[in-house]
Design a protein around this ligand. Structure first.
Ligand SMILES: Cc1ncc(COP(=O)(O)O)c(C=O)c1O
Length: 367
């Protein structure tokens, strides 16, 4: 049997009858960038997250960059974040001219280790940028409490966590702002690149709208230095259709994860967990094993596609050498680059496929 890491064709086939008229609407309208489709999606997505505003942009990376700039981050500033993430999180801080200050992650759930924040704060710290990694929310109440006490902003990287909840509320509703990616493989994926910044702050939303459109909301009015970060109408239309199905897809991911948990109990593996108060949406289901590379080869030979999130130690990359991190500084992060393996958990995976994946993992461990 073959089990791909993801299969977007099944989702496309199921939604074809709804998506094609939406695409046709855009093509007939000749309004290809921003416009009513994007506005309608922004409204719906903000509501979904429990926030007032969403600003559609052309990637999750752009969302992070614009949010940081709108929050006033610049040269000389420090932003506390994690190295256990996709490079875009750190890149955005660096391109804003600021310095990423990396702290380690909680070994249980792989999100920012809250107990390390205070020690990382300096007079230059402007904010905290937690990542809801693999779909599991970071400990937002504790992060917000520290931020409030030390007068820092909180910017959520929710690129992998559309719909995840922390203590009952959806991610995106906690920080000064939150950034989402609609890269095709995400829980909510576009037909190309896409992203959004979600916020309750009207002024911040307006600044981000300006930043995405060359510094102004009116053509040829440039209030500040900006970018071309606009969302395409086609992506707005597709995302508008797909948003209605997001909760159902997330429920299926959670159901697959529960099945895996039940199958892997007792194996020599560290399994992904949910902390009290967290509802993960399992963008990835990441196993941890000292025999990771052999397990990956075994699964690959058996037709099961896997991924490593992430094989890179970001704090040790050549362009961050000047920051002075040494091997061993972030032990949990570094261990994860060597032991983590993501197995398929996409919503449309069949029961037979997931049983096959679980059976092969058990077989590898001689169970
Ligand atoms: C945690 C995280 N942050 C940021 C991004 C960047 O999003 P995009 O690929 O849409 O630029 C991604 C996705 O790739 C991500 O996983």
């Amino acid at each position: 049997m073959q089990v791909p890491f993801n299969d977007l064709k099944i989702q496309y086939a199921a939604l074809k009858a709804e998506i094609h008229p939406a695409l046709e609407r855009v093509l007939e309208s000749q309004s290809y960038i921003l416009g009513p489709e994007v506005e309608a999606f922004e409204k719906a997505f903000a509501g979904y997250c429990g926030a007032k505003y969403a600003v559609g942009v052309n990637s999750g990376t752009m969302a992070l960059q614009l949010a940081l700039l709108a929050l006033g981050v610049g040269p000389g500033d420090e932003v506390i974040t994690v190295a256990q993430t996709f490079i875009a999180t750190a890149e955005a801080i660096s391109w804003a001219g600021a310095t990423p200050v990396f702290i380690d992650v909680d070994p249980a759930v792989c999100t920012l280790d809250v107990s390390q924040i205070e020690a990382a704060i300096t007079p230059k710290t402007r904010g905290i940028l937690p990542v809801h990694l693999y779909g599991h929310p970071a400990r937002m109440h504790e992060i917000k409490a520290i931020a409030a006490k030390r007068k820092l902003f909180v910017l959520e990287d929710a690129a992998q966590a559309h719909g995840a909840r922390w203590q009952g509320n959806r991610v995106g509703s906690f920080g000064e702002a939150a950034c989402f990616s609609f890269y095709p493989g995400k829980n909510l994926g576009a037909f190309g690149e896409g992203g959004a910044v979600v916020t309750n702050d009207e002024t911040l939303a307006l600044e981000i709208k300006k930043l995405r459109n060359h510094g102004g909301v009116v053509r040829y009015v440039h209030d500040r230095l900006g970018f071309n970060g606009r969302m395409e109408a086609i992506q707005g239309a597709v995302l508008g259709v797909k948003l209605k199905y997001l909760d159902g897809w997330n429920a299926k991911r959670r159901e697959h994860a529960a099945y895996y948990h039940s199958q892997f109990e007792g194996l020599d593996l560290i399994l992904p967990r949910e902390t009290a108060g967290a509802e993960s949406v399992y963008n990835s289901y990441v196993l941890r094993s000292k025999k990771r590379d052999a397990l990956q080869r075994f699964l690959n030979d058996a037709g099961v596609q896997t991924m490593i999130y992430y094989p890179v130690k970001i704090h040790l990359l050549s362009f961050y050498k000047h920051l002075g991190y040494q091997p061993g500084d972030l032990p949990v992060t570094e261990e994860l680059t060597e032991t983590g393996l993501a197995i398929p958990v996409y919503p449309d995976m069949s029961f037979a496929q997931r049983a096959y994946v679980a059976g092969k993992v058990r077989e590898f461990f001689g169970s």
